[in-house]
Design a binder for this molecule. Structure first.
Ligand code: E4P
Length: 221
């Protein structure tokens, strides 16, 4: 399973990239606004230089012509840019065009299996179903992931990867992995939570204490 970090915060991206566990980055207009960066193009350029994997940068327009022009501009920033478009009729038309020209496209704001089928038919590289937002309104976000993975598995010609988005906790990540989703895009704090278990901490403390009792050291040179 690929782990993308879901943020536009450069410090978090740099910090997590150093773990060697990061396969990409997703941003969206809200995350960019939250980052406080005032030059989106330069921000995307820097993120794409930090993480070699796919970096999603979202268009702002809603009409086909402008969305397409924005998408082409974003794609030229770096070879690892994935242009992000909303799952709307215009967005899917743009997806079809850009993916046909070899550009990675991440179709976002997916909330139904029907939408996910359209994204695959439009040649999306990634489709981003928002599990947390579905949970927030009392629907089962992970059921959507199961439905999409089941449908996609029937059609080998569908090349679209399921990129689980709107992740709120480690169990979203684990369940997505059990369902066979290709990618999870995870907020920095949730990635850090994945490492933690109290029994690991307890075990490390005990090993350190017991090793100290031996009075020995492991040579480092
Ligand atoms: C992907 O980048 C999505 O835009 C993001 O995961 C949405 O998360 P949210 O529902 O917490 O805003």
């Amino acid at each position: 399973m690929k782990f993308f970090v879901d943020t536009a915060d450069l410090k978090d991206i740099k910090d997590l990239a150093e773990t060697g566990l990061l396969d990409g980055v997703t941003t969206n207009p809200s995350l960019v606004a939250k980052s406080g960066h005032t030059n989106f193009i330069e921000l995307v350029r820097e993120i794409a230089s930090i993480v070699p994997g796919p970096v999603s940068a979202e268009v702002a327009a809603l009409d086909y012509e402008t969305m397409l022009a924005e998408g082409k501009y974003l794609a030229k920033i770096a070879k690892n840019i994935a242009v992000k478009v909303p799952l709307t009729p215009a967005g899917l038309k743009v997806c079809k065009q850009l993916s046909g020209q070899g550009t990675m496209v991440n179709v976002t704001l997916c909330f139904s299996a029907a939408q996910a089928i359209l994204a695959a038919k439009a040649g999306a590289t990634f489709v981003s179903p928002f599990v947390g937002r579905l949970d927030d309104v009392g629907q089962r976000g992970m059921q959507l992931i199961e439905d999409i993975c089941t449908i996609y598995n029937h059609y080998p010609n569908f090349k679209t990867e399921v990129l689980v988005a709107s992740v709120r906790n480690p169990m979203h990540v684990v369940t997505a992995a059990k369902l066979g989703a290709h990618v999870a895009t995870i907020p920095p704090n949730v990635i850090r939570q994945l490492f933690n278990h109290p029994l690991t901490d307890k075990g490390v403390t005990q090993f350190v204490a017991d090793w100290a009792k031996t009075g020995q050291k492991i040579p480092t040179a």
